[in-house]
Unconditional design. Sequence first.
Length: 544
Amino acid sequence: MIISPLVDVKDLSVSFRTGSRTNLAVDRISFDIKPGETVALVGESGSGKSVSALSIMQLLPYPAASHPSGSIRFNGEELVGADEKAMAKVRGNDISMIFQEPMTSLNPLHTIEQQIGEMLKTHLGMGKAKARARVLELLHKVGIRDPEQRLASYPHQLSGGQRQRVMIAMALANEPDLLIADEPTTALDVTVQAQILELLRDLQKKDGMAILLITHDLGIVRRMAERVCVMTEGKIVEQGTTKQIFERPKHAYTKHLLSAEPKGDPPKVNRKAATMVKADNLKVWFPVKRGFMRRTVDYIKAVDGIDVTVREGQTLGIVGESGSGKTTLGLALLRMISSEGKISFRDKPIHSYSFRDMRPLRKEMQIVFQDPYGSLSPRMSIAQIVEEGLIVQGHGMGFDERRALIKSALEEVGMTGDIMDRYPHEFSGGQRQRIAIARAIVLKPKFIMLDEPTSALDMSVQAQIVDLLRDLQKKHDLAYLFISHDLKVVRALAGEVIVMREGKSVEYGTAKQIFEAPKTNYTKALIAAAFDNRVISGSSVRDQ
């Protein structure tokens, strides 16, 4: 029996006009989605995935955006060129969308009840009492615990996973026929990611909706999709069943994507190597103050009695979910926040050092942050960004000497010296992260804290950054503290791993021990979520 497509995209092009220039973002693509089916659009940033999805919803900034060619039919009705009145009936009712970052998609000034209720009142004309009952039903459906208590919550009061569940509840409020999920799990921990994917699959089975999944994560595609369309430079270069794409890829770009996971092995664990950073019984407790007198009534134990040893030429990986204390631990080791417990750097006790005392040591202890766009000042040129540490720590170093060191650092990270007078917005995410690494290594440090340095990057760019970090470590005998929730990246870089949960170390050992023979249920759940081609149950981590 032939099933008619729910969505039929044919020969679709999208162009954007900026002044006198016109850029073609999507170039004559064709695909369809059948009722109840999951189709994945995969490719790297800038490939045209999200633009294609927004075209279905007709949410592009018209008239700056236009369709030089093509047709999008939904249930037989043409959407390209449809007026706002017609699209208002489709959006939210028949087609809904989950966006990548719920914190920017949810209104920070409205409660959860107001935001989901608005969908119901606008599209279904529900009264307050009926809408409230439906909101509670939806929150329960998407797995929000104690939904009655969450009605009055604002987005900032929820975790990343809870916010994404609220976004799903909003998208499903009117029982759409098509759900467009645009990178729905990119910003989430692997365990929360697995729970969200399982939730989407369960809801799809119950409600029979179709899903268009937009992602660069092929692990998610393998778990979720029946069919895959591979995009690059605005074109679909290959499409087929998930099995065909993963087992018998034809196009060179598809093969490139499939081979893009971080590979290789970290340096062998050498416990005889010189100790670079060591901490004993490290604690970071934040006081909870209440009442008129602001008395301390409790503590948030962000880091609670952890021992750490990072050796020369070695990488210690710190893994765990958001809120487990990973970044707080790193900042405490660098003495960027106050802590209790002993800390030494190259056998020199530094736990009693003030921030001023630490300043001379900053040259040897550097940090690379998660988001290179946020950590690089848009008002400063690349030279000024990389040069900043040299000015502070250079002690009278001349301009020409600084320029030579900047050029050398940029070339070490795979950039050319002629970019020095350009600005961060002119570079891709991967290039910006290379610049951030150049800023760290220009001072020739001994120890670098890497805080989720690859989480905002495409998988192929992740692999390149991992190779770069490994090469720099080997060349300069660097010690790394590598903080991440991406266990595949950690496995490629770290010789030893600490697994953190709620401020404590729940497991510590070599990477081989942790990944091949985990001891705790929590570690097993993290590894299952990261490496298995199945999804784990929502209770497997949270309820332990």
